[in-house]
Design a protein around this ligand. Structure first.
Ligand code: GLN
Length: 190
């Protein structure tokens, strides 16, 4: 059966696990390369992208994860997870590394101080009704490569994108009980 991993180095791991389990998907937490090898797809949670990138290197997961993504493993990043999947980051910490794979440029903490965090009803391509989107010191996408589909826009910037087996959102569908964005990813994992 299909197993979806949740990268469990830092961030809102539990919320993703709960959302996937509510959809009836077998889920496992990924902290080591051996665990990464077992999964059919991986969720990269929200949290702190600089910390997660550092921990990925410390735990010896950065190169294995890059290799699996290059090999076509589906991955879904939310917020900090979107930053980790991005090929290019603006306003990153000095020397901030990413996993990469998604041909986009993201800007960290893009929505600015006065709207650090906000919630909105957001139309997402492929979903019949808007989702309740929660943004928490969220990035947005500033440039997309030719293979990237924009699925949702807020403040004139893409906030949900898909490229082949990679899905990323600036917001946190895992903090809601909706499940439709995760289901989209589950269908990508197949
Ligand atoms: N601002 C965080 C970062 O740059 C992301 C915030 C989040 O994941 N909620 O990593």
């Amino acid at each position: 059966p299909t197993t979806i991993g949740v990268l469990a180095l830092q961030g809102d791991v539990r919320e993703h696990v709960r959302t996937l389990e509510d959809l009836g998907v077998a889920t496992t937490r990924v902290r080591r390369p051996e665990e990464l090898e077992q999964v059919d797809g991986l969720v990269l949670p929200g949290g702190e992208s600089t910390t997660m990138a550092r921990l990925l290197r410390t735990f010896g997961l950065l190169e294995p994860l890059r290799a699996r993504i290059a090999g076509g493993m589906p991955a879904f990043g939310t917020c900090a997870g979107m930053i980790l999947l991005a090929d290019r980051v603006r306003d990153g910490a000095a020397g901030q590394e990413t996993v990469g794979g998604l041909d986009v440029t993201v800007r960290r903490n893009a929505f600015g101080r006065q709207v650090d965090s906000f919630e909105t009803a957001l139309a997402v391509d492929g979903l019949a009704d808007p989702v309740h989107a929660v943004f928490i010191r969220a990035p947005w996408v500033e440039e997309v490569g030719p293979g990237v589909d924009v699925l949702a826009v807020a403040a004139d910037h893409p906030v949900a994108v898909r490229q082949d087996a990679l899905l990323a959102t600036s917001f946190h569908p895992e903090v809601d009980t909706d499940g439709r964005v995760h289901r989209m990813f589950v269908e990508m994992v197949g």
